[in-house]
Design a protein. Structure first.
Lengths: 182, 90
């Protein structure tokens, strides 16, 4: 186990090379660049809480991608690209589908006297569980894991247009199931 | 202050504020500009992200180990079934 002083003396590249087997090395890399990554994300999403979540996700993705990092770019540049891609994806999703957050979309049509929030959420969860797999899986990946359409296509092996169509069908099916709440 | 890359401080300040998206590609590869922005954004985070990130990584690694172990067990069960059941499934 390396001392703090030993870690601080290591270059970014040395830390990145050590990190797959040494989480202390990766933690040092995070501490060095977290303000920079956070700032890069915040300037795009303009929401501190969301920026923090995305910054954490950026470091997670960086860890997963360490084996493939050849060191031909600076570590900070590499982190910057990962972070800004995630931030741009988050903003693009919000811009394309501004009303796509399910609980709010459904609850907007519910009479105030009938709106028992926990009961509504339980019904929504049950309705999602009843969806056939081919509709439920892309919907959950989109709404809860916040993957982009392309990432869902890559994960499921489905064509991009099929992913879009299935998510649309899933939302319509949910709207029908939640009809009683309107 | 100007840099070797000729981007001015005002441009980077605007960039840091969320403007000048046309500088994105340049900033991604320019060490000088990144240094400026790093200094500007220094201390912006309220707390240390390393702990929650490392925790998440440890959990992922644990889940991978569990999946690998389950895969080994299922593989062993499959091989055992072939031995003990012989050609029953053919």
């Amino acid at each position: 186990m390396r001392s703090d002083a030993a870690l601080e003396a290591m270059s970014d590249l040395e830390l990145a090379r050590a990190a797959p087997d040494d989480l202390d090395a990766f933690a040092e890399l995070i501490r060095r660049h977290q303000d920079f990554v956070y700032g890069a994300v915040l300037r795009v999403v303009k929401n501190p809480t969301q920026a923090e979540d995305i910054a954490q996700e950026a470091f997670l993705r960086a860890y997963r991608g360490l084996e493939g990092f050849r060191g031909d770019a600076q570590v900070r540049s590499w982190l910057y690209r990962i972070a800004t891609n995630l931030a741009m994806n988050a903003v693009t999703r919000k811009r394309e589908f501004p009303t796509e957050t399910l609980p709010e979309q459904v609850s907007a049509n519910v009479p105030a006297r009938a709106l028992e929030h926990s009961e509504l959420r339980a019904h929504l969860r049950a309705a999602i569980a009843e969806l056939p797999d081919d509709l439920r899986v892309p919907l959950v990946l989109r709404e809860y894991d916040e993957l982009s359409y392309q990432e869902i296509a890559d994960t499921t092996g489905l064509p991009l247009n099929t992913v879009r169509t299935r998510i649309l069908r899933a939302r319509r099916a949910l709207a029908d199931k939640m009809e009683a709440w309107r | 202050m100007s840099r070797l890359c000729a981007i001015r401080d005002e441009q980077l300040l605007a960039f840091a504020e969320g403007e000048s998206f046309d500088l994105d590609e340049h900033v991604a590869t320019c060490d000088e500009c990144q240094e400026f922005l790093a200094a500007l954004w220094d201390g912006g985070l309220d707390h240390d992200l390393s702990e929650p990130v490392v925790k998440a990584i440890r959990f992922e690694l644990f889940m991978l180990d569990v999946a690998r172990l389950l895969g080994d067990v299922i593989g062993d069960m499959g091989r055992a079934a072939k031995v003990y059941l012989g050609g029953a499934d053919e």
